[in-house]
Design a protein around this ligand. Structure first.
Ligand code: P6P
Length: 342
């Protein structure tokens, strides 16, 4: 908590307005969009926190575009976020993990495009492990065609105007950036408001936690195997061996990495040749957050946010976290790439 004791409580809505007022030319539309997402987050938080009671658990029976079983809360979160975005008529389309194609909203003239992972980590819903919502916001080209087309949404992560996540855990936290640093809020359910808890989050330059699903060890590149073994060797000077932490819910693993430092890795593997995580609504928004906090995010070769997307649901490997940790794993990947190629 970096707030001085005499700071009065600042709500998410107040903070968004304060931030907007720093830009005289601001139209207030992005502020409205962020407030709409904040409203949906409160409603989703309420449902997540009582999921066990209202029998909303369990599969809905359908599968999403990736063949993963859809949980009822997935659908609820998707519907809440989309209907909340419809309210302000400034978003023309939504792309979400739960929908195969783009979802055109009523406001075809809206200038914003929103990517959503409505409820990331949903496989953890039934076992009460933290889950999250992720959002990524782009603007359409200035002179856009009124016909809302998918190709308008295929923009690199560097073009994001805002991104963030909501983590439904022991408390519900919301973190977002508009490119001016990362702010952190915690939901106070007694007043139904997200309260500012940190104005400018900074990720440690180095951390001693690595986060990866070691079950897929046998399909890793040699360099990655060597890096993880390096983390596991004894060396008190460099804080080794590191601790391994893997929640299996990306938002939770990234939030811990943001606060404590270290690295989160989801590499390509035999099962996921292009990596499992989606570029546009998981990796880009979380990379924007981590970069804005002073960290780094790559696909093992290049910056995640520089990737020019070919499709709205494409996947990518990701190495993300403290700068020194990401730079080190990339050194290992590069060093052993030649050896492996032989
Ligand atoms: P695995 C959850 O399903 C998710 O999309 C991310 O939240 C998480 O980081 C990853 O998949 C976990 O995948 O293969 O380790 O179970």
């Amino acid at each position: 908590m970096d707030l001085k004791q005499n700071d009065r409580l600042v709500t998410l809505e107040e903070f968004i307005i304060q931030s907007q007022n720093r830009f005289p030319g601001a139209t207030g539309e992005l502020s409205q969009l962020l407030r709409d997402i904040g409203l949906a987050a409160k409603i989703i938080s309420r449902e997540v926190n009582k999921a066990g009671i209202t029998n909303i658990l369990g599969n809905e029976g359908s599968t999403n575009v990736h063949g993963e079983s859809v949980k009822k809360l997935d659908t609820f979160a998707d519907q809440q976020l989309i209907s909340s975005l419809e309210r302000s008529s400034i978003t023309c389309m939504v792309i979400s993990e739960e929908n195969d194609g783009i979802v055109r909203l009523r406001s075809s003239g809206g200038k914003y495009i929103v990517y959503l992972d409505p409820l990331d980590g949903s496989s953890n819903i039934d076992v009460n492990v933290s889950i999250g919502s992720i959002f990524s916001i782009y603007m359409r080209e200035p002179r856009f065609d009124p016909a809302v087309e998918e190709k308008e949404a295929l923009q690199p992560g560097t073009r994001q105007v805002a991104a963030g996540y909501v983590l439904y855990g022991s408390s519900t936290t919301l973190s977002y950036t508009t490119g001016l640093g990362v702010s952190l809020f915690t939901l106070d359910p007694s007043i139904g408001e997200f309260i500012l808890t940190e104005r400018k989050v900074q990720i440690p330059d180095h951390g001693t936690i690595y986060s990866i699903n070691e079950g897929s060890y046998n399909s890793w590149d040699l360099g990655l195997k060597k890096y993880i073994k390096y983390c596991q060797e004894e060396d008190q000077e460099t804080g080794r061996p590191y601790s391994a932490r893997y929640i299996g819910s990306m938002v939770a693993d990234i939030h811990r990495t943001l606060i404590k430092g270290g690295i989160f890795i989801y590499p390509h593997s035999k099962r996921y040749p292009d990596g499992k995580l989606r570029l546009m609504y998981e990796c880009n928004p979380l990379s924007f957050i981590i970069e804005q906090a002073g960290g780094m995010a790559t696909n093992g070769k290049k910056r995640i946010m520089d990737i020019k997307p070919d499709s709205i649901h494409q996947r990518t490997p990701i190495y993300i976290g403290s700068k020194e940790n990401v730079e080190m794993v990339m050194d290992f990947l590069f060093e052993y790439a030649e050896e492996e190629a032989v």
